[in-house]
Structures are given as C-alpha cells and as structure tokens.
Design a protein around this ligand. Structure first.
Ligand code: HEC
Length: 139
C-alpha cells in the first residue's frame, strides 16, 4: 500500500473522530440549561460569585473556657503567670499585628513544641482567641 494512502486513511479517521466530538458536544449542549433571561444560547456564562470571606468561628473563644486549660497543661509549669487571665494578658499585645503568645505557639514558633497533643489545633485556638476575639476572658 502506498504511503499516501495510509495518510489519507489516517486523515479520514481524524475527520470522523472530530465529527463525532462535535456531534457529542452538540448533544451535550441540548441538556444544558440556557442562562436565565438570555436569548442567545451561547452567551457567556455569568461571572462566578467570589468566595465569601472566612467566617468568624460560630463559637466564641475565651480565656476561661478554652485557653486556660491549654496554658494550664502545657505552659504554666514554666510560666506561672499564665494561670490567671491578667497574667496571660501580659503575653498578648491587643490590637497589634503580632502577639508574643501567638508568635511563640504557631508552627515554627519557639514554644510550638511545648504544646501537647494536637499542636496545630491548639496554636490556631490561641491565634483566633487573640485576633478574632480580642483575648476575651469569658463567653
Ligand atoms: C519547659 C519550660 C517552658 C514551657 C513548658 C513553656 N515555656 Fe515559654 N518560655 C520558656 C523559656 C525558658 C522562655 C525564654 C527563653 C526562650 O525563648 O526560649 C520562654 C519564652 C516564651 C515566650 C516569649 C517569646 C519567646 O519566643 O521567647 C512566650 C510567648 C512563651 N514562652 C509562651 C509559652 C507558651 C504559650 C507555652 C505553652 C504552650 C510555653 N511558653 C511553654 C520556657 C517554657
């Protein structure tokens, strides 16, 4: 069989395949709902709604209920002042972009390894307490 014949058959196969894809595409379009209020069925899709900002946790975080137990089990033996709310506040810089207690407990922070159990979750709780809840005492 001459080489050109091969190529022609290949070409025909490609055309047939492309045709099948086009037909499949048309069939799929028939099942797609037209955009609301649009008369042109190939009108561009409406812009995607941007994702909402991360919501503030539903349950407020407070020193007495959430933070004191963590500091009590993991920190107070070396930082006795963290056993009271006033003492713990000494490690918080309210309103500042950084706070010593947050810096130290985040992954990579000097005290992160002092956290027992789920360090990531505890570090996040401390961070959220300071930045999302102004280091409040009770909820
Ligand atoms: C075994 C003793 C020990 C434990 C437990 C401990 N710390 Fe410390 N911490 C220290 C010492 C010593 C320093 C000062 C020297 C240093 O930074 O390593 C310090 C310093 C700090 C500082 C000052 C900033 C810094 O990075 O130096 C913060 C904030 C802090 N600790 C928070 C905590 C918290 C929160 C916990 C509990 C998760 C904790 N520490 C547990 C001994 C401890």
């Amino acid at each position: 069989m001459p080489r050109s014949h091969h190529l022609t058959r290949l070409g025909l196969a490609a055309v047939a395949l492309a045709g099948a894809l086009v037909v499949a595409g048309c069939e799929a379009d028939q099942f797609a709902l037209p955009p609301v209020g649009a008369s042109n069925p190939i009108a561009p899709t409406p812009p995607v709604t941007p994702p909402a900002p991360a919501p503030t946790p539903a349950t407020p975080i407070a020193y007495t209920q959430d933070i004191k137990p963590i500091l009590g089990s993991d920190c107070v033996r070396c930082h006795p002042d963290m056993a009271t709310y006033t003492g713990a506040l000494g490690w918080v810089s309210l309103g500042a972009p950084v706070s010593p207690i947050v810096n130290a407990t985040q992954p990579g922070g000097t005290m992160h390894q002092r956290l027992s159990g789920d360090r990531i979750a505890k570090a996040e709780l401390i961070r959220s307490w300071v930045f999302d809840f102004d280091a409040q005492e009770n909820r």
